[in-house]
Write a new protein. Structure first.
Length: 233
């Protein structure tokens, strides 16, 4: 209605007191899992003949890429250069994943679960941090998704590979988007940000694991085109 004020959550004016602070250990845990994942991914590409330094760099890129994109999008000094722990954690995790590649490879199921949790955690961290900086809810969701999947995008670009999340069988971005949208919706209804953040992690994780377990995916472009041709016929 004309003259009716829009709710604060719609414009992104969320009170700082409504936001929960992410413990440093939790964010560093997400960074470490990302580093292990990146190093393992690079180590599997034996045909690329990537040396040890390259494997380590890919691990660091996956671990810190999402957070870097998040902070650049909200015009903030990246967290990785504000604290002494980010770079050593990412580097150590990448080296750890590289050296213990055979062991971690046998625990692939556990790594997939941790990876799904990491996507949810980075999505929640990115969205809430964007809201804390006064970003409106729609761009805040975008920041959250970029934070969740940014590391994998930079990894694929660095390795000159097709970007994984753009292909059938990957619900990285979809899972992150659903989780981050859930945060802003719950906050709109007055749910505490801590509970909203936990809900984001849980929902994102379940969707990602469901896509791995049952093969959930978005329709392939060829399938959509075929449906349209069939309808016209």
């Amino acid at each position: 209605m004309p003259g009716r004020a829009r709710p604060a959550w719609f414009t992104g004016a969320v009170e700082s007191s409504a936001l929960f602070t992410i413990p440093l250990w939790l964010e560093l845990t997400a960074v470490a899992v990302g580093g292990i994942q990146g190093a393992m991914f690079a180590a599997r590409l034996t045909e690329r003949q990537i040396d040890l330094l390259g494997i380590g760099l890919i691990g660091v890129l996956v671990a810190l890429g999402g957070g870097l994109l998040r902070d650049l999008l909200i015009n903030q000094l990246p967290a990785m250069v504000q604290n002494n722990w980010y770079l050593p954690t990412a580097t150590g995790a990448a080296l750890f994943g590289m050296l213990l590649f055979r062991i971690f490879n046998r625990l692939n199921g556990l790594i997939i679960v941790l990876d799904a949790l990491t996507i949810g955690a980075f999505g929640a961290i990115g969205t809430t941090k964007a809201l804390a900086w006064g970003v409106p809810v729609v761009p805040a969701v975008f920041v959250g998704v970029a934070s969740a999947v940014g590391g994998s995008i930079l990894r694929d670009i660095a390795l000159n590979l097709p970007i994984a999340l753009m292909h059938v069988g990957s619900l990285y971005a979809v899972a992150a988007a659903v989780g981050t949208i859930l945060i802003v919706v719950l906050v709109a209804f007055g749910v505490p940000m801590l509970i909203a953040g936990i809900a984001c992690v849980v929902v994102t994780t379940l969707i990602r694991l469901g896509s791995v377990r049952w093969g959930w995916s978005l329709p392939e472009q060829r399938a959509i085109s075929g449906w349209r041709v069939w309808r016209r016929a």
